[in-house]
Structures are given as C-alpha cells and as structure tokens.
Design a protein around this ligand. Structure first.
Ligand code: HEM
Length: 520
C-alpha cells in the first residue's frame, strides 16, 4: 500500500512534466507556419514583458519589418497588418469577437463583473447595452453638445492666458490638455467640469489612478489568467476588495448621487478677465442640461429594466474612461506634430486666418459647422489620428469557426488575432512610401478613391460593430479646440530638438510637451 503511494508520488512530477511538454509542443506546432520570435511561440511571457516595457507599438512596427505582415507574438496570438485586414477581422458580419484581453479591464461592483460597453466580450450583452444609448452619440445630436464644449474651452483659454501667456512661464501643455479632456467629458456627461483646469491639479488623484489601472491591465491582459489569480481572485474579492474600487466608478457614483439629490454643481470660482470668454462659462446661459446623464436618466425612466441603476453607473464610467485619455493623447499628438513642423503650423494658421477674415470662422471659439469644412485643419487632425492612434496595442479578436485565410497563410479557429493601429497605419502598401512620416498633405493630394481606401484602413476608432461610439464627439472636440488654440496663441516647443516620450499602456500617453505660449 505505502509503496504504491510512494510510487505515485514519484511519478507525479514526471506526469506533470510530460503534460507540460505535450501542451507546449502542441501549442507550438499549431501555428508553427507563422513566423515570429521563437520564444514568443512558446510563452505569452514574451509579450507580457514587452508590454510591461511600455513600448509595444515600436516592437510591433519592427516585428512587421522583420517578419512580414503576419507575425506570431504568442503561442496562440498573431499580429497582422495588410490591406483589407480591417474588413476581414473587424467587419460587421465576420463573427470575430473580443478576446480575453478585455476581461481583465472589466470592473467588479459588489463582487460581480460590471463590464462596460467597451470591455464586454459578449455580443448579445453588448447589443442590449448599446441599443438604448446609441442615438445619444449620433451625428445629429452633436450641435446640442457644443455649448458644453465651449464652456470648458473658454475656461481652458482663460487659464492658459492667466498662467502662461501673461507670465512667460513654460507650459507643460500635455498635462493641461489632459486636464482639459477630463473637464470636457465631465461637462458633456454631467454638465459639471471635474475641476482639473480650475484647480490646476489631478483632482482626487483620478488621472494617476486611471494611469495605474491602464498600466496594470495592459500587462495582465497579455496573460489574462493572471488576473483571475490576483485582482479577480474570488478570495481577494470576497475578503479584501471594496464594493466599488475603480476610482472613476467611485467618482461617477458620487456625481450620480448628487444629481439624483438634485444638487447643483458648485459655481465656478474663476475670475475670467476676457469678456468674450466669460459669457461662455456661465452655466445659466446654457440650454437645460443637454448632457449625457440627463439622456441616460430619461432612458432609465422609460426602460428601468434595461437601463438599470447599475447600467447608469456603467454608462457614466464608460464615457469618462473611454473619452478622456484618448482625447488627451490625440490633442497632444496634434500639437506636437504641428510644433515640430513649423511649415504645417503656418499653413494651418494661414487657412484659419483667411477663414476668420472672410467671416467664416468665429473667434475665440469656432463652431463645428465652420471648422469641419476646413481642408487643412481636417488633414492635420486625420494625419495625427493616423500616426498617433490613442490605443497602442492590438485590438484582439478570436478567429471564428470559419478560420482566417490570409493569402497562403491559414489561421485556425480559436487563435487570437489583432491589428496594432500604430503598425498598420505605417504600412507603406496602404499609405505610401512615406507612411512613417508626418505629412497632412497626403489627405489633400490623394484622389477621392485613395482617400477612401486610406480611411478604410484607419483603425484609430476601431471598426465594425465595436467601433468607437464617441467618435463624433471626439471629432467635434478636436475640430473645435485646435483652431481656437492656433488662432489665439503663438506657440513653440521649449526645446525643439527634444523628442517626446511615448508611454504605451494600451492608451498612449506622451510626456515632454513643454511649450512657450504668447498671445497673438
Ligand atoms: C480621439 C478620441 C478617441 C479615440 C481614438 C477612441 C478610440 C476607440 C477605439 C479604438 C475603440 C474600439 C476599441 C476596441 O475595439 O477594442 C473605442 C470604443 C469606444 N469608445 Fe472611443 N475613442 C475616442 C473617444 C471617445 C469618446 C469621446 C467617447 C465617449 C464620449 C468614447 C466612447 C467609446 C465607447 C463607448 C466605445 C465602445 C464601443 C462599443 O464597443 O460598442 N470614445 N474607442
């Protein structure tokens, strides 16, 4: 009896080793026809370390240059960049669903998962959540949001005047743009700036907490089972985790409660000198709260079973989370590329001042109808969205039962495939031999067919069913703020030779946009 047990105990390690080797061999052989770094074909640890270094977008650009348009970056994960891939993988009826990478980002509320629209991988749940709110984000509602954007822009400009233009101090514009983006999304969602611009600081440490969350989830997302052993471990959730731990959710919960209790947001404490900006800031002049929360509350009253209390909170979280860092990253990129390329900046300034002289651009706060028709402005924005997509990791999807045929290469069902927008947008086959360079003119010089083709290959806002719901809002914000800044200030980089630092935690945040600002 004892000798049997001891024999079994001796055999156990051999059995475990054999199982491990069989699994490794099987997973290696499955995709052995796809080139890539050898270690990556054996373990996801390779890509986890790569993402942890915060430079995965550059790794992916180099991998495509070395191995071609289809590269194996994990035992079961493939990176792709080739014409038509956006349609093939993200197309509406193609049946590719989001991978487990997205599970890691799901919040836990009272011990249960509360996936927002961005992070749910269940298509039926996604459709159910999206249906009631989609119209609030449509093109036709955009103009209703304009006053809310204008009021924050007015605060932003007056703060830049006061703190930098009037003093000659160096402005860490990257940080101020992030504060702006957070305050705008607060205005759009709750008719309430979150106070970043007014207080010139990271209110309640929210931005730092959001960054920490991105840092953690982007890494764990490479080996999602690690998340189940750590932050979503049932023991941890039961005994240690708070009922709501995400700082944005907590903040959203408080603001939602204030609104339900009918508490007005505190009045602005700013002393705004510029009378043209001042009138825009007063909330009393705005129409009656056309913000997202009013729309969600209306839906809640109409369909309480679908738009539940919990869903309301998730919608709020979704807006603040998806619509702040992404906008900040894009605004920084637009300003960085413009300031690094003075010819582009002067071409843009020329276009804007000509429009203003003809009475086609209202200053200090241009309207959407005016700025959306300006060709160079729009080329500048599109080129920045191309070179600096705000999400810098592959948008992972699972290959459905049909498999995926990429020319001679077959990718079997169950494989995780993803296109990294940073790498794809530098694909010379699509964007031309100068694809790696900043050149807004490409969008003006190309034929309408070529523009359509290039646009079809942009993945900045995702694609297909899971395309960005806030895209119109984002374009509204970008198209209004950039001309307002360029027309009000002469700006230059403090050190034009210095490169910025790009930190990739899925959301791409850039550091080192130090700028000297003078009023024109
Ligand atoms: C320049 C700014 C923005 C960029 C680059 C951006 C990018 C993206 C991308 C790439 C996705 C798809 C992610 C994936 O497939 O995994 C996405 C989804 C989403 N975005 Fe944005 N976004 C921006 C602004 C916004 C804003 C302002 C909002 C809200 C007001 C927003 C709300 C959403 C939502 C709700 C989804 C999920 C859509 C769905 O799955 O149905 N985004 N965004």
């Amino acid at each position: 009896m004892f000798s049997n047990i001891s024999l079994t105990l001796q055999l156990l390690p051999i059995l475990a080793l054999t199982t491990l080797l069989t699994r490794l061999t099987w997973s290696y052989l499955r995709l052995r026809h796809i080139p890539g770094p050898f270690i990556a074909s054996l373990t996801d640890l390779w890509r986890l370390i790569d993402v942890w270094r915060r430079d995965a977008h550059n790794t992916h650009i180099h991998l495509h240059a070395k191995y071609g348009d289809v590269v194996r970056i994990g035992p079961n994960t493939v990176l792709v960049s080739r014409p038509d891939i956006v349609q093939d993988v993200y197309g509406i009826s193609k049946g590719f669903v989001k991978s487990e990478f997205y599970h890691v980002w799901q919040n836990i509320v009272n011990g249960k998962r509360a996936a927002s629209l961005v992070f749910t991988t269940d298509e039926a749940e996604h459709a159910k959540m999206k249906r009631p709110i989609a119209s609030a984000y449509s093109l036709s509602t955009l103009v209703e949001f304009e006053p809310l954007i204008d009021s924050t822009t007015a605060v932003f400009l007056s703060r830049l005047d006061e703190v930098f233009a009037n003093t000659g101090k160096v402005c860490d514009l990257g940080t101020w743009l992030q504060w702006y983006a957070f305050d705008v999304i607060g205005e759009l969602t709750l008719s309430q700036r979150l106070g970043f611009l007014e207080q010139a600081k990271d209110v309640r440490g929210i931005i730092a907490s959001v960054a920490a969350n991105f840092d953690r989830c982007s890494v764990l997302g490479q080996m999602p089972w690690l998340d189940l052993w750590t932050y979503k471990n049932p023991l941890y959730l039961h005994f240690l985790a708070k009922p709501v731990s995400n700082p944005i959710l907590l903040f959203g919960q408080k603001l939602l409660q204030d609104r339900l209790n009918d508490l007005e947001p505190p009045p602005s404490t700013l002393q705004v000198q510029d009378p043209t900006l001042c009138t825009k800031i007063l909330h009393g002049t705005l129409p009656s709260k056309p913000d997202f929360l009013s729309r969600f509350l209306h839906l809640h009253a109409e369909q309480p079973d679908i738009v539940t209390d919990r869903a309301l909170l998730t919608y709020l979280f979704m807006n603040i989370n998806a619509g702040s860092d992404t906008i900040a990253s894009t605004l920084r990129a637009i300003l960085y590329y413009l300031l690094k390329t003075p010819t582009s900046l002067s071409t843009l300034h020329h276009e804007l001042s000509t429009a203003a002289r003809k009475g086609h651009l209202t200053l200090p706060l241009p309207s959407w109808t005016e700025s959306r028709t300006l060709p160079y402005l729009n080329a500048v924005i599109t080129e920045s969205l191309r070179l600096n997509p705000a999400l810098g990791l592959p948008l992972e999807r699972i290959v459905p039962a049909t498999g995926l045929h990429l020319g001679q290469i077959y990718i079997p069902p169950g494989t995780v495939v993803g296109v990294n927008p940073w790498a794809h947008h530098r694909n010379a086959e699509i964007f031309g031999p100068d694809a790696a360079d900043w050149r807004p003119e490409r969008w003006i010089e190309a034929s309408p067919e070529q523009v359509k083709y290039m646009e079809g290959n942009l993945l900045t806002f995702g694609a297909g069913k899971r395309t960005c719901l806030g895209r119109n809002i984002a374009m509204l914000e970008l198209t209004k703020l950039v001309p307002a800044l360029v027309m009000r200030y002469e700006m230059e980089l403090e050190d034009p030779r210095r490169e910025w630092r790009v930190v990739n935690s899925f959301a791409v945040r850039q550091e080192g946009l130090d700028v000297l600002i003078k009023k024109r």
